[in-house]
Write a protein of this length. Structure first.
Length: 319
C-alpha cells in the first residue's frame, strides 16, 4: 500500500540523497536540485507530491520558455529548457517507485502517453573550430618556452588529437597517460563511461617535454597532469587546471596570436568532423573515441556537416 505523500520540498531532499547513493556526479545532483527547487517555488506553498498535476508542469515549462536570462538578455536556450524537463522527469520517475513519496503515477506520463512532452531542440550545425586557426594557434606558442608554454602547447595538441571534453582533460592525472603507447585513460567520462583515447607521436613528445620540465623546475611529482599557475608570473599551484582556466588560457593565447577566440568544445567538434568526414574513420570507432552515448547520437550531430562537405566536393568536382 502506498505510503503517505510527502511535501515536495522534503521529496527533493530525499531524491537528491538517492541520486548521491547511486553515485551520480555531484554537479549533476546539484543541477537537479536547483531546477527542482525552482519548480517547487513555482507551485502553491506546501503542496504534496501527490497533488502535482500535469498542468502544473506545463505552466512551469511555459514560464521558463518565456523567461529572459539576466546573463544574456535573451530567452533561455532550448538546451536549458530541456535540462529543466530532464530534472523533472528524473524526479517523478523516482517518486513513482518511492514509498515515502507515495508510489503514485507521475504527472509527465510515459512513452506514447506523455502528458507533457519535452521541449524540442532546434537543429543547429555543430560549431567546428577552424583547423587553420588551430594550427596557427599551436604554432604561435614557443616550443622551447616556459613551463606554461609547454603546458598550453601540450593541451592544445591533446585536444586536437583526441577531441576530449574540457572536463575530461582537466581531470587527467599523470598516471592516466601512457606516452609509450600514446594513449590516455579517461575515467568516468560523461555518463560514467571509461574509455581510452589515442594521440600522435608529436603530442606524446609535447607531453614528455612538459612533464620533464615540470619535474626539473618544481621537483616533486604531482598527481594532476595539467597544473594551474597561482599568478601571472607562472608560480605553480599544486592542483589541476579548472574548466574555466582552460577556456581562459585558450582565449588569451588566441588574442596573442591575433585570431578569433576558439571555444574548446569546437575543437572537439573539429576532431569528430575530421575523423568522420576527412579521414573516413568508421562511425563506431569515432563514437567510442568521443565517448558518445550511441552511434546514433554521433551520426545525428555530424551527418549535417557531412552533407555540407558532400556539396562542397560536388561543386568542386562536377563539370
Amino acid at each position: 500500500m502506498p505510503g503517505d505523500a510527502m511535501k515536495i520540498e522534503d521529496a527533493i531532499i530525499l531524491f537528491a540523497e538517492f541520486k548521491r547513493a547511486e553515485r551520480l556526479k555531484a554537479r549533476s545532483v546539484d543541477d537537479y536540485v536547483r531546477y527542482l527547487d525552482e519548480f517547487a517555488a513555482f507551485l502553491p506553498a506546501g503542496v504534496d507530491v501527490a497533488a502535482i498535476k500535469s498542468s502544473h508542469v506545463a505552466r512551469f515549462m511555459a514560464a521558463q520558455a518565456a523567461r529572459i536570462s539576466p546573463a544574456t538578455g535573451e530567452p533561455l536556450s532550448d538546451r536549458t529548457l530541456l535540462a529543466y524537463y530532464r530534472a523533472l522527469s528524473a524526479f517523478f520517475n523516482w517518486a513513482e517507485t518511492s514509498d515515502e513519496a507515495g508510489n503514485l503515477p507521475g504527472p509527465l506520463g510515459h512513452g506514447h502517453n506523455k502528458k507533457v512532452k519535452p521541449p524540442k531542440l532546434s537543429k543547429r550545425l555543430a560549431r567546428v573550430a577552424d583547423a587553420a586557426d588551430l594550427t596557427r594557434l599551436i604554432d604561435s606558442i614557443p616550443a622551447a618556452g616556459t613551463w606554461l608554454d609547454l603546458r598550453d602547447l601540450a593541451i592544445l595538441k591533446l585536444f586536437r588529437d583526441t577531441g576530449l571534453r574540457v572536463g575530461e582533460l582537466t581531470a587527467l592525472r599523470v598516471a592516466d597517460i601512457d606516452l609509450g603507447e600514446r594513449e590516455a585513460f579517461i575515467a568516468g567520462g560523461k555518463g560514467d563511461k571509461d574509455r581510452f583515447v589515442f594521440f600522435t607521436e608529436e603530442t606524446a613528445a609535447a607531453l614528455r617535454k612538459y612533464l620533464f620540465v615540470l619535474h626539473i623546475q618544481f621537483g616533486e611529482s604531482r598527481p594532476c597532469l595539467f597544473c594551474s599557475a597561482a599568478n601571472q608570473h607562472g608560480e605553480l599551484r599544486a592542483r589541476s587546471l579548472t574548466v574555466s582556466g582552460v577556456t581562459q588560457l585558450i582565449k588569451r593565447r588566441c588574442k596573442a596570436a591575433g585570431i578569433a577566440a576558439i571555444n574548446p568544445h569546437s575543437i572537439r567538434h573539429l576532431f569528430c568532423d575530421k575523423a568522420l568526414n576527412d579521414d573516413n574513420i568508421p562511425l563506431e570507432t569515432v563514437s567510442k573515441l568521443a565517448g558518445h552515448a550511441s552511434q546514433e547520437f554521433t551520426e545525428r550531430v555530424y551527418a549535417p556537416l557531412k552533407k555540407h562537405k558532400m556539396k562542397s566536393d560536388y561543386d568542386s568536382k562536377w563539370k
